[in-house]
Design a protein. Structure first.
Length: 401
């Protein structure tokens, strides 16, 4: 019991509970506004630190992992991208089918106004990333592949040492910060009224979407277990802390450190596949966000325009959304922000539709992110099975935190 109370899941749950309770009791005027300004400022600074470390984590894990894969690197990267795209697109099609079958029978009202506005930060301590997340991802892939192609032993050694440095940053900086960051996130949501006013708006739809997340995760882990010949539950059972962290951070990238820790505990995942697959999938595998967005755009269309989009239009939207998801940053709202062009161009949403879409997507973005992160374990199990079936020798990789 004592071990559980000091574990990461317990700390995360406590942080969520404390954040909500404080947010509901701090007044929305007078001294309460001053307190919230301090909270918002602290959250901003912690977010800056975490986001600064994200590109470093990506470089520190993906590039060394590619060099350790040797001549198999190019093939494994191709396999990873294909299964991430297939997972996202099939999740989108499943959501589309559910939308056509369920949404016409629902009566959903729109009421997303009346929220309290969070105060501005007291001061801005900007900590810019050394490069954007997608730049770090491309840089890692190119450097790793080039090191393999040129047999650059010195660079490979440097990358391996850099990975150890990043591991210490993760253990001693990011993970200790996460409970506080999550507490301030939920405190802000409760104070501004999102939990008490916005959440009931599309409550039925959110429940349906969450059920869709769990169904798709069951499909992913079932397929991964069947293909790899290994028990998928031995992977899934370790993902509780990552799921809770994703709910709080609303960011696959910010959850990366905990996801690596969870996946590293599984006996059925090869360590080299964990250090290669988990950071990569955190940025290209957004099945939960895609599933959510498809169902929500159909709901918004029904609410605002009185009808669902045409089947052909939705098929095109799903196919293109899968591509956009691969390029979307693993940050809060990354998927919907990257696909705004599809929402306006393919679906023809106007300003009202776009605004409502952004609002309702934000209500459950955390759960979509949690689905993304948890699904990464299934895809890593598929990579493990692929490596075993093609007799790829396991390389030394340090991923345990």
């Amino acid at each position: 019991m004592k071990k559980f109370l000091t574990s990461l899941p317990a700390r995360l749950l406590l942080a969520i509970a404390i954040g909500i309770v404080l947010g509901l009791f701090i007044p929305n005027e007078g001294w309460g506004v001053g307190v919230m300004q301090i909270v918002v400022t602290l959250k901003y600074i912690m977010g800056q630190v975490i986001n600064f470390c994200v590109p470093l984590i990506i470089i520190g894990f993906i590039a060394p992992s590619i060099t350790k894969l040797g001549n198999s690197a190019t093939k494994m990267l191709g396999v990873a991208i294909v299964i991430a795209y297939v997972s996202s697109v099939l999740a989108a099609f499943m959501s589309m089918g559910a939308g056509f079958g369920i949404i016409p029978h629902l009566s959903i009202a729109n009421s997303v106004e009346g929220l309290h506005e969070l105060p501005a930060v007291a001061f801005q301590l900007d900590i810019p990333q050394i490069m954007p997340v997608m730049s770090a991802l491309v840089f890692s892939v190119l450097i790793g592949l080039a090191a393999v192609w040129t047999k650059a032993g010195t660079i490979s050694t440097v990358l391996a040492e850099f990975q150890n440095i990043i591991l210490d940053i993760v253990k001693k900086v990011i993970i200790p910060l996460l409970p506080f960051f999550i507490a301030t996130t939920f405190l802000g949501l409760a104070w501004e009224g999102s939990i008490t006013k916005q959440l009931p708006v599309f409550l039925i739809v959110i429940v349906i979407v969450m059920l869709g997340h769990y169904i798709w995760l069951a499909v992913l882990y079932g397929v991964a277990g069947a293909y790899s010949g290994r028990n998928p539950w031995e992977v899934l059972k370790h993902y509780g802390p990552a799921y809770l962290t994703a709910v709080g951070t609303m960011s696959s990238a910010a959850t990366l450190a905990v996801a690596l820790e969870c996946a590293g505990k599984s006996k059925n995942l090869r360590k080299d596949m964990v250090s290669f697959g988990i950071p990569l999938f955190a940025n290209i595998h957004l099945c939960g966000s895609v599933l959510t967005e498809v169902f929500f755009v159909m709901t918004v269309s029904q609410v605002l325009y009185g009808h669902l989009p045409a089947v052909g239009t939705m098929v095109l939207f799903c196919i293109l959304l899968g591509i956009f998801a691969i390029g979307a940053p693993g940050v809060p709202g990354g998927t919907v922000m990257a696909s705004l062009g599809l929402i306006t161009g393919v679906l023809g949403f106007g300003e009202d539709g776009t605004a409502l879409m952004l609002a309702v997507f934000a209500l459950q973005d955390s759960f979509g992110t949690a689905c993304n992160v948890t699904g990464d374990g299934a895809l890593t199990l598929i990579l493990t099975g692929y490596a075993e079936k093609h007799h790829m020798a396991e390389q030394t990789a340090t991923v345990e935190l």
